[in-house]
Design a protein around this ligand. Structure first.
Ligand code: SER
Length: 661
């Protein structure tokens, strides 16, 4: 463990700002204010649950809710946007507990939609980072990477030149890295290949381009002797010396079906700055858990540990426990991270279940509960932490306080359910694992004791194997097969359509093909038809569209009768046959409400919104919704609408699956 004095020395030596410490509130405020002064409009953070994007479960970057606009839709707030976006990435969930990984984070972002490009983008980033009025970071500590060029696109000379002018203006060296010379230490600007400095397209085709990434150089002292690349260490190396804080993406090409990169007429800028990392760097911390968005949760967990120690009783059921202090610290961090993410997810409408998003929040909560259990915290310890998370964030995310009762209720239910079986489950795993680690066996542990598969693996790898001094390689040599078997069991028991696989959490541009656009317009017709046939209590609760089908969740307590289903289908098809125009207008949120436009999640909208109207304005309007688009221009483009399935989704929410033939 690092002593307090060592930590403080680290902090003082590595404080890169010339001024005082900075809080999360100040960083958000400064970022927004800076870009407002540069003509940007602030837009609110969208929900963690993406709308109409089947490629990901959660919002993974600030650009994610803006994809339609990056693909050419007109944004009602203009061409220059700035915001702070809540994001979730669970691909690295197993690494949470070290100093840099987390599952929830905020991304500070600014965008140009066909407006400014590389010159302003880079100069403003440099100004914001180095100017004493803003972050005041010592420019000597900043290193940047750019695209080195290949057969598809040339080296990004433009960005190199702009960066050189920026650094020169403050009298800082501007040497460009040269592979042959291996001038790593003296270089400021590092041209790197596509793997490092290229963004998109997510699918086979679409907008993409080079990016330039901004790193802080922590210097040779930090773990440098352990760097696997030795003297070849440079920005992009994962040893910890260089911390990436900002990524400016320059979308200037469209990759077409032939694989050619054609320059875009309307070029965009998409930038993202990681809040937690930047905050840690600015304050000289080597650890995101020392920042003010996480420390209060860590402290509260530590308080709970202290309070529970006096009451600790050995119930004789569970002999396995954490071996040493560093494991305890890791458990504390896992709890802090997972409760924070769960609170935000539940607030955005995700409830624990065995499917998709619900499975992720369940997995996070149960993993947190298990780690609390290893720390000998009493059952129910998560609830007080909910309050702490809300306190940290309520000013910026008022929805947390509004949803507090639901959040507490869902977490309590999960604690009660899992609390009852966790100890027997752990005991069962420790007793039997080595005779029969099979997918079937782990499914039994899941269905009987509530251990998500990943948690069972973690238990076996991190607790049971070390405790019993077994050979980890041998015990889990057929892990892939176990996972496969588990999934087969799961499917047999629960018609599981999509399992939670890491692949789902990759961010990126959604597919905005003609098919998805048609289904998107059909979703508007469906909502209005449901309201007219079944009742005005019906609102949209979510939707998910792929090129093949539409999935639509709506508020309603009962199964639709066959007659209702038929009527809804007929009403949608009638509108299609009427060849109704689909028109879009921009207006203020108030005006949109005044003309009766339907909305989904109020908190998500900015002051200006787009309203899509289906129908004849002079004769009869069928549907009116606040929506980002895109949509077809006329309902005649849709074909024949067909409801394939109507089923329950969760309490009070029904789900329709439909297609266009
Ligand atoms: N989309 C880019 C990222 O996530 C920049 O915002 O890094």
């Amino acid at each position: 463990m690092v002593s307090v004095i060592e930590r403080e020395l680290y902090r003082i030596n590595n404080k890169f700002t010339k001024y005082k410490m900075i809080s999360s509130k100040e960083l958000r405020k400064k970022y927004i204010q800076f870009f407002k002064e540069k003509g940007h409009q602030e837009i609110p953070s969208a929900s963690l649950v993406p709308e109409n994007d089947p490629t990901v479960l959660f919002t993974t970057a600030g650009m994610h809710p803006l994809v339609p606009y990056l693909l050419g839709e007109v944004h009602p707030e203009g061409k220059r946007l700035v915001n702070v976006q809540k994001c979730v990435r669970t691909g690295d969930i197993d690494d949470v507990g070290d100093s840099t990984h987390n599952t929830f984070f905020e991304m500070l972002g600014n965008w140009s939609l066909g407006d400014y490009f590389k010159d302003d983008s880079i100069r403003w980033s440099f100004e914001f980072l180095t100017d004493k009025k803003w972050l005041g970071i010592d420019p000597e500590k900043i290193k940047v990477t750019v695209f080195e060029g290949d057969d598809d696109a040339p080296r990004d000379e433009e960005s190199i030149k702009i960066w050189q002018e920026c650094f020169e203006s403050l009298g800082t060296s501007t040497e460009v890295f040269d592979k042959e010379k291996k001038n790593n230490e003296t270089s400021r600007i590092f041209p790197l290949p596509k793997d490092d400095n290229w963004w998109g397209p997510a699918g086979e085709t679409g907008p993409c381009g080079p990016d330039t990434e901004i790193f802080i150089d922590l210097g040779k002292s930090v773990n440098f002797e352990k760097c696997p690349n030795g003297d070849d260490c440079k920005p992009g190396c994962h040893c910890g010396r260089y911390v990436e804080i900002w990524n400016n993406v320059f979308m200037e090409y469209n990759k077409n079906e032939k694989g050619e990169y054609i320059p875009l007429e309307k070029k965009n800028v998409d930038t993202g700055m990681g809040m937690e990392r930047t905050l840690a760097i600015l304050n000289g911390f080597d650890n995101i858990y020392d920042t003010d968005v996480l420390t209060p949760i860590v402290k509260e967990v530590e308080n709970l540990i202290q309070n529970s120690q006096s009451e600790e009783s050995d119930d004789g059921i569970l002999s396995l426990s954490l071996q040493n202090d560093s494991e305890k610290i890791k458990s504390v961090k896992i709890i802090a991270d997972h409760i924070r993410t769960s609170v935000f997810m539940i607030s955005d409408g995700v409830v624990p279940s065995n499917l998709d998003r619900g499975y992720i929040v369940r997995r996070l909560l149960r993993r947190a509960i298990r780690h609390g259990n290893l720390l000998k915290l009493p059952n129910g310890f998560l609830s007080p932490l909910v309050e702490t998370v809300i306190e940290i964030y309520q000013e910026f995310y008022p929805e947390l306080e509004n949803n507090k009762a639901i959040i507490l209720d869902e977490i309590k239910k999960e604690e009660e359910k899992f609390g009852k079986t966790i100890k027997q489950g752990a005991k069962e795993l420790s007793k039997c694992a080595f005779e029969k680690i099979t997918g079937k066996y782990l499914f039994y542990i899941f269905s009987t004791f509530g251990f998500p598969l990943e948690l069972s693996f973690e238990e076996i790898e991190n607790v049971i194997i070390p405790e019993l001094k077994l050979n980890p390689k041998k015990e889990l040599e057929n892990k892939e097969k176990i996972i496969q078997e588990f999934n087969e069991e799961f499917k047999k028991h629960q018609e599981l359509s999509r399992t939670a696989s890491a692949g789902k959490f990759k961010g990126g541009l959604a597919d905005l093909s003609k098919e998805t656009t048609r289904l998107h317009t059909a979703a508007h017709l469906l909502l209005e038809s449901l309201r007219r046939v079944v009742g005005e209590h019906i609102f949209q609760k979510g939707s998910n569209i792929t090129a093949e089908r539409l999935r639509f969740d709506y508020s309603h307590g009962e199964k639709l009768t066959d007659e209702q289903k038929q009527k809804v289908e007929d009403l949608v098809n009638e509108q299609i046959q009427k060849n109704l125009p689909v028109e879009v207008e921009e207006m203020s949120l108030d005006d949109a409400k005044k003309i009766g436009a339907m909305g989904v999640f109020e908190s998500k909208y900015g002051e200006k919104v787009k309203v899509y109207t289906i129908g004849n304005k002079d004769a009869e309007i069928f549907s009116r919704e606040i929506c980002g688009g895109p949509h077809v221009q006329n309902t005649s483009e849709l074909g024949k609408f067909k409801i394939k399935k109507e089923q329950s989704s969760s309490a009070g929410v029904r789900r329709i699956k439909a297609i266009l033939e």
